[in-house]
Design a protein around this ligand. Structure first.
Ligand code: ATP
Length: 353
């Protein structure tokens, strides 16, 4: 069992920056867990603190039911893969892969056998005698992964391991990594600022802001029901529409039109309505329970387009299939799909319903 448990974990740098601000979190055995958030939110610091490369300044950390808060990195039984791979330039591919076994004092022939086996699984068999400088970026990345998995650690810690790859290689590396993790069943924490990557790969995602976690959930939960407007803004290839509304006689009244209000709002008067552009249907004719505006921008996304409606209450994004694309300057109506209107507290930004 390699559950990773953080209890009020804190890392304040000597200069006073509190990069990890008292995080409590349990990552399940075998789980693929992504840490996502804007630049500087503390993802790398959290990962390095879990690895033992940074010393926690508060709280505690357990890996596999063993408290490791004060243990050195080598005693934590985790393997870390960094953005820049950090391969040993003077060593061959074989010796790079075998390195963790050397640290564990596995005999030379045994460690070379295991390194060859692991390398072969990653299509590195032909490259064993080369040095890192003689490899492509993708090959270097595979060596770094082989080195991470060779000693069968309890956990993998990945810090943007795919960020140096070009778009196509990145996609194949994504599915490769995901498959490998499934097969090995190793608990994995994956840091990325690329939300598409997190949504595609992770079992669960933590969205961080300024050293804190704003939401933990499955990709579906984080995308479909962001817990607050910060997460709503951060997740999604097109940002969520967030519009002020007032609740009057069972209706949500926006500047661009009115919609039926969900039950159970109580005495609340002012709310922020959140609707993803993907969950709005476009109509070129007037329809009830819709928001209207003038088509100002049409951006091609491939098989669909992002249409911006200029409404009385500000711009409203709607994803429209390519065959239904409207002309700029025309009037359009956007109809939310059933159950897809989210309401946020207009002061705190927290999800109401
Ligand atoms: P990015 O996505 O840009 O890599 P991140 O989410 O990984 O960012 P961190 O690198 O963990 O963020 O940084 C978190 C905060 O801690 C930032 O404010 C950063 O400036 C600060 N920080 C990072 N390393 C140090 C350090 N060695 N000393 C002092 N402050 C640091």
């Amino acid at each position: 069992m390699a559950t990773i448990e953080l209890a009020a974990l804190e890392k304040t740098y000597p200069g006073g920056v509190r990069a990890v601000d008292g995080l409590s979190l349990t990552i399940g055995d075998g789980e693929f867990f992504a840490l996502l958030g804007p630049s500087g939110c503390g993802k790398t610091t959290l990962l390095r603190t879990i690895a033992g490369l940074e010393e926690a300044t508060g709280g505690s950390l357990s890996i596999g039911e063993r408290e490791v808060t004060r243990l050195a990195p080598g005693q934590r039984d985790v393997a870390m893969v960094f953005q820049d791979y950090a391969l040993f330039p003077h060593m061959t591919v074989l010796d790079n892969i075998a390195y963790p076994l050397r640290i564990k004092r596995v005999a030379r022939s045994a460690r070379h056998d295991r390194a060859r086996q692991t390398g072969a699984g990653l299509e590195l068999a032909e490259l064993m005698a080369r040095r890192p400088a003689e490899l492509s970026g993708g090959q270097q990345q595979r060596v770094a992964l082989a080195r991470a998995v060779v000693a069968h650690p309890s956990a993998f810690l990945f810090d943007e391991p795919l960020s140096n790859l070009d778009a196509r290689l990145r996609l194949s590396a994504r599915s490769f990594l995901k498959r490998l993790q499934r097969e090995l069943g190793v608990t994995t924490i994956f840091v990325t600022h690329d939300q598409a990557e997190a949504l595609a790969m992770a079992d669960r995602i933590a969205v961080m802001e300024a050293g804190r976690i704003r939401q933990v959930g499955t990709p579906r939960e984080v995308f479909g029901r962001p817990a607050n407007t910060f997460v709503a803004n951060f997740i999604g290839s097109t940002p969520m529409n967030l519009l002020p509304a007032s609740v009057t006689d069972g209706r949500l009244v926006l500047a661009a039109g009115s919609l039926p209000a969900p039950a159970g709002l109580g005495a609340r008067r002012e709310v922020t309505v959140g609707i993803r552009p993907e969950y709005l249907d476009f109509s070129a004719a007037a329809v009830p329970d819709a928001l209207s505006g003038t088509v100002s921008i049409v951006e091609h996304l491939g098989t669909s387009s992002l249409v911006t409606l200029e409404t009385e209450g500000g711009p409203l994004g709607v994803v429209v299939p390519e065959e239904a694309e409207p002309a700029a300057g025309s009037t359009g109506w956007a109809v939310p799909r059933a159950g897809r209107v989210l309401l946020y507290n207009s002061e705190t930004g927290d999800l109401i319903t």
